[in-house]
Design a binder for this molecule. Structure first.
Ligand code: SAJ
Length: 439
């Protein structure tokens, strides 16, 4: 398939890098978003998301004249849908953005066009949701136009490299659609491209992220067991992982982001009778923030014999959904902060990558010093490099706190104890009279 011009619908964390990468590889690209703030920001040369290198890439794409930012579609050879697929409070997939993006394509769809859905979606979305909408044009999917599904699998923070280097799966409603998808993505993809059918490709994406969520839940459950049995999980996991076929992931404050914490629910919703493990793992991970709050309660109780948090002044370090990103979406750290505040604690939170963060019910502060100035307890929730590298001696001079709770194994206990702190660690029941043996 000869492709010279495409429309990319959705200019978010993956849409904007994808549109820009196609543009810098010679395609004419119309980057479309229905959010006027995003369109206006980009048209002014600004950027609404943080990703290393993205500003330079977008400037090159627009500067070359290949990428045009717009709020409406144009006729093109191919249309790539990269809009969000969140879930409703009851965990049902919210496909409204995909539906409206697909509907927007219909007036522009021409014979021989290619439509690719990239957004992570429940199985059968391409054939059962997109095809009927697009066939409202009078054209038939597979016969008159190509229709395919091809998920991104980039890691935030590594997007610009991974979008090119990662292997890619492309599933077509028929073989010719998958081939047309390969014609499009082989323009910049250097990884291996695997062709299959649309539903298999949808399932592959969900399997990848569900696999990760279940294994993070296993790590979190191991951490709870370690607290109960009086061992240090951070010692045990690396030793277990020396086994040639074991790769236990890291316990933490919970699972956030708009992918791992969301995608497994698509499978549970599609087949609740066939996914007890997947739904249980989601509940384990969603229960991790409460486990952290109980750990903080035990650590707090140790200093005044009270095992409650009312009135205790707690500094939260890190609010992003994971280390070294600025994204707060679905962040378990925010849930921990809100649960602590809900327990009566006086919470001050500092997120180095979003010093402007404003959260309901949480006192956020733009500096580490102000977060620590009156704290009794310091809780490390996100393993940002800046937070892991704090100097215990310097910190001891700027805070009255002498109780630390480390949820990401980010701090060296001897160094912090030397500076006069008691350090409690998620998953570590080994510490002498740590008092954190689970209930
Ligand atoms: N987390 C842990 N323990 C771990 C790993 C992660 O608690 O051992 C937590 C993180 O702190 C975070 C959450 O899980 O809150 C998700 O983090 P993540 O590192 O799994 O990555 P995401 O969500 O940024 O990206 C994932 C990646 N998928 C896989 O690794 C299978 C990425 O490749 C996907 O492209 C992305 O989801 C997506 O967009 O689907």
């Amino acid at each position: 398939m000869n492709i010279t011009k495409i429309c990319v619908l959705g200019l978010g964390y993956t849409g904007l890098p994808t549109a820009s990468t196609f543009a810098t590889h010679g395609l004419r690209v119309v980057g479309v978003d229905n959010n006027p703030v995003i369109v206006e920001t980009l048209l002014k040369g600004g950027l609404h998301i943080y990703e290393p290198g993205l500003r330079t890439l977008v400037q090159a794409a627009i500067g070359s004249g290949n990428l045009v930012i717009s709020d409406h579609l144009e006729p093109a050879d191919a249309f790539v849908i990269e809009v969000p697929t969140p879930f409703y409070p009851d965990k049902r997939a919210d496909m409204r953005a995909v539906t409206s993006a697909t509907e927007a394509i219909v007036p522009y769809l021409r014979h021989g066009n290619l439509v690719v859905l990239e957004s992570t979606s429940p199985p059968l979305t391409t054939v059962n949701l997109l095809a009927p909408i697009l066939e409202g044009s009078g054209l038939r999917a597979g016969e008159d136009f190509h229709l395919a599904y091809s998920p991104e699998r980039v890691m935030p923070g590594q997007i610009l490299r991974e979008i090119i280097e990662n292997d890619r799966v492309i599933g077509g409603v028929d073989p010719a659609s998958a081939e047309a998808g390969r014609d499009l993505f082989s323009i910049f993809v250097r990884g291996e491209i695997f062709l299959t059918d649309a539903t298999t490709a949808e399932m592959v994406k969900l399997m990848e992220n569900t696999y990760r969520d279940v294994n993070i839940a296993l790590a979190n459950e191991f951490a709870r067991l370690a607290e109960r049995f009086g061992i240090d999980i951070w010692e045990a996991i690396p030793i277990a992982n020396r086994h040639p076929r074991v790769n236990i992931l890291r316990p933490g404050a919970g699972v956030g982001g708009h992918c791992i914490s969301v995608d497994p629910w698509f499978l549970v919703e599609a087949a609740p009778d066939l996914s007890p493990l997947i739904s249980t793992a989601r509940r384990v991970n969603d229960g991790q923030p409460q486990h952290v709050v109980e750990l903080v309660g035990r650590a707090a109780g140790s200093s005044t014999e009270r095992d409650e948090l009312t009135g205790r002044r707690i500094a939260i370090l890190g609010l992003a959904y994971k280390e070294n990103v600025d994204d707060l979406r679905e962040s378990p750290a925010i849930e921990v902060a809100q649960l602590l505040a809900g327990s009566g604690a006086l919470v001050t939170a500092y997120e180095p990558n979003r010093i402007d963060a404003q959260l309901h019910g949480i006192d956020t502060t733009p500096s580490l010093e102000s977060a620590l100035a009156n704290a009794e307890i310091i809780v490390l929730l996100v393993g940002h490099a800046e937070l892991k590298n704090l100097n215990p001696g310097e910190i001891s001079k700027i805070t009255p706190a002498r109780v630390l709770v480390d949820c990401v194994n980010g701090w060296n206990r001897p160094a912090w104890e030397q500076a006069g702190f008691r350090l409690y660690r998620l998953g570590d029941g080994s510490w002498r009279d740590s008092g954190i043996h689970g209930s």
